[in-house]
Design a protein around this ligand. Structure first.
Ligand code: RTP
Ligand code: MG
Length: 139
């Protein structure tokens, strides 16, 4: 049986610093299969929509500006227990608390510039994947 899915973005600084390959390698070596993948740039408006769940949080405006400042790489990933296992692979939101061997430990620069996004539930994984990818872009 196919595993379930999660959604990730490689954030603007990590793309600008040429870490697409390194991060994608950690994802594949972590047992995830790439179902869909694209490099794109979010407008402020679209970043605001993506992060709408955080709109009451104090960091919302900065986050929206940060996520729209340059291209990102969006991916849908498949694995058994994908959401939880991917959050384990990326590590804590704050890189100072991220465990050894995690993507954020290796590539994050700060709590905002923390290299990658990972969905926090199966429901949000579906919503976030649908935000970026049509059915004919998934394999
Ligand atoms: P993500 O959604 O990006 O996978 O990260 P997360 O679940 O670990 O963290 P979340 O609470 O959902 O926050 C989303 C993103 O907002 C930025 N953030 N900044 N300045 C701050 O205190 C702060 N807190 C969060 C981070 O870029 C975080 O990934
Ligand atoms: Mg989150």
């Amino acid at each position: 049986m196919a595993g379930n899915i999660t959604f990730t973005m490689i954030k603007p600084d990590a793309v600008a610093d040429n870490h697409i390959g390194g991060i994608t390698q950690m994802i594949e070596e972590g047992g995830f299969r790439i179902v869909a993948m694209k490099k794109t740039r979010l407008s402020e408006e679209r970043a605001g929509k993506f992060y709408e769940v955080h709109k009451e949080r104090p960091f919302y405006n900065d986050l929206v500006k940060y996520m729209s400042k340059g291209p990102i790489v969006a991916m849908i990933l498949e694995k058994d227990n994908a959401v939880e296992d991917f959050r384990a692979l990326i590590g804590a939101t704050n890189p100072e608390q991220a465990a050894e061997g995690t993507i954020r430990k290796k590539y994050a620069k700060s709590i905002e510039s923390n290299a990658v996004h990972g969905s926090d539930s199966n429901e949000n994984a579906q919503i976030e994947g649908d935000f970026f990818f049509a059915a004919d872009e998934r394999f």
